[in-house]
Write a protein that binds this ligand. Structure first.
Ligand code: NAD
Length: 303
């Protein structure tokens, strides 16, 4: 076996705490200037996991001083009623970020709902204007999970330029935006998915391996190039030794002798997602202030 650098577990909890402390500091400064950022979280229905996610997001917002506004709607809410709520939040100056918790009930057209959110308040980065902006390398709101992964990667690797990154998974929420962000950071990017041939061989080329699949311990030792940095986005609940536990897409014990740094599950990528939601709320406020400034410059007197 090649000489392998000593393995470092990437502590997502500690990094998320640092990101949240940075956000808190910026919020304090804004509030001293009379501005309090606001985040609206919309939940339709009673999905148990979604309720936990929403509660955690609201709690975290409160902790960093962001005003949270929770909109809980019954599961039989009509498309029109939900669009009305979004329209009201788009026009509410106290709201800088709008998040609609997914999944939505089956009778709701998810795409139409996400497109209804103002791109400047779209803290999930799912609006096609932001998706397009990311593809073009413009300064836009980008999805929270891949943004959090980028922070972990920059901390672990420093300069990412020229590194070969392999992303497993091509979802709109993780895989595709992750690939776009890595490309923006000057990585050489390969995206592999359920129809790719010989995944282990493709993944063995990776200096950086990001897995967003949702299959417990899919990735074993023979998928890794020695010294690779591994970001495991997968969250999978399994029953093992008579108890229920969370594991990632990567077989951590098998990967440890090969990786130079790796995120554990839980405690790796997960905490970064909420931290970047808070960071995105501040970025949204900043983008809104820039847009208002541009409008004032274009039209100095009321017109
Ligand atoms: P998804 O189901 O939308 O996409 C999964 C992707 O994996 C697809 O593109 C598919 O082509 C690919 N895939 C499926 N089977 C494969 C296989 N055998 N080999 C290679 N590729 C395969 O899922 P998603 O929303 O992108 O989420 C992926 C995982 O990340 C899930 O476990 C999810 O729970 C987790 N997740 C975690 C966070 C977090 O905050 N940590 C956030 C979002 C998603």
């Amino acid at each position: 076996m090649n000489a392998i650098p000593s393995v470092k577990l990437i502590d997502g909890k500690a990094t998320a705490a640092r990101v949240l402390a940075e956000v808190r500091e910026q919020v304090d400064t804004l509030r001293r200037g009379g501005v309090q950022p606001g985040l609206a979280v919309v939940l339709v229905g009673l999905d148990a996991a979604s309720q936990v996610y929403v509660r955690n997001k609201v709690l975290r917002a409160d902790e960093v001083g962001i005003r949270s506004l929770e909109q809980r709607l019954p599961s039989d809410t009509s498309q029109a009623a939900l669009l009305d709520v979004i329209d009201r939040l788009n026009r509410d100056p106290r709201v800088n970020g709008i998040l609609v918790q997914l999944p939505l009930p089956d009778h709701i057209d998810e795409h139409q709902v996400l497109q209804a959110i103002s791109p400047l308040k779209d803290v999930d980065g799912f609006h096609s204007e932001n998706v397009g902006g990311l593809a073009q390398g413009r300064d836009v709101l980008t999805p929270c999970t891949p943004s959090g992964c980028m922070r972990l990667l920059r901390d672990a690797c420093g300069d990412l330029r020229g590194k070969h990154a392999v992303v497993i998974g091509r979802s709109n929420i993780v895989g595709k935006p992750m690939a776009a962000l890595l490309l923006q950071a000057d990585c050489t990017v390969t995206v592999v998915h359920s129809r790719s041939h010989d995944l282990p061989a493709l993944c063995r080329q990776a200096d950086i391996l990001v897995s967003a699949v949702g299959k417990p311990r899919l990735i074993g030792a023979d998928w890794l190039k020695p010294g690779a940095v591994v970001i495991d986005v997968g969250i999978n609940r399994i029953d093992e030794d008579g108890r229920s536990r969370l594991v990632g897409d990567v077989d951590l014990a098998a990967a440890l002798p090969y990786a130079s740094a790796i995120t554990p599950v839980p405690g790796g990528v997960g905490p970064m997602t909420i931290a970047y939601l808070m960071k995105n709320t501040l970025l949204a406020l900043d983008l809104q202030q820039q847009a208002a400034q541009r409008e004032r410059t274009a039209c100095p007197s009321p017109c």
